[in-house]
Write a new protein. Structure first.
Length: 169
């Protein structure tokens, strides 16, 4: 029986020194390598940047990234401050208006399907697919229904319950 000889393993190289261009990773939470902590910003600093980016892109995550804040900060302020909530909603409306504009341009030049969706959205009374089923009787009146019981009304009795006799003793 032949035995295998173990090959000696090469020593592991020392860790590479950090590059001068690489950001320092100080105070990172465990399990989150490569994430640099965000510098806390004041209300006056981040709100205008956040709202401008939100109005441009309509993406909360990207707006938070542009304002250099964490998403919970934005959502907590939206929930707590009515004025900020209205500004947020206005920014999202502006972003949606831009989407509609871009979709309209694309629909006019490239996409018939997109054009159909836009027409259904903006002119539902004309382009929406509406199905309405009405059942009426003669002259548009109510329907009349006849109940047909096999064997007649006499055959239509309530079944006797268990233990219920026929009345004879």
């Amino acid at each position: 029986m032949a035995t295998k000889k173990r090959q000696p393993q090469a020593p592991t190289p020392p860790p590479m020194p950090a590059s001068k261009n690489e950001p320092k990773k100080i105070g990172l939470p465990p399990g989150k390598p490569g994430i640099t902590p965000k510098k806390p910003r004041s209300w006056g600093e981040w709100v205008p940047m956040f709202l401008a980016d939100l109005a441009e892109r309509g993406n909360v995550r990207e707006a938070c990234r542009a304002a250099r804040i964490d998403r919970p900060v934005a959502y907590n302020w939206r929930d707590a401050d009515a004025t900020f909530r209205l500004q947020w909603e206005n920014a999202m409306e502006q972003a949606c208006d831009k989407l509609v504009e871009a979709a309209r341009k694309r629909a006019m030049t490239v996409s018939d399907t997109l054009m159909i969706f836009l027409l259904k959205s903006h002119r539902p009374s004309v382009y929406r697919e509406t199905y309405r089923h009405e059942h009426t009787g003669a002259g548009g009146g109510p329907l009349s229904a006849e109940l047909l019981i096999p064997g007649g009304v006499a055959a239509f009795r309530r079944p006797k319950a268990l233990g219920e006799g026929d009345g004879e003793t």
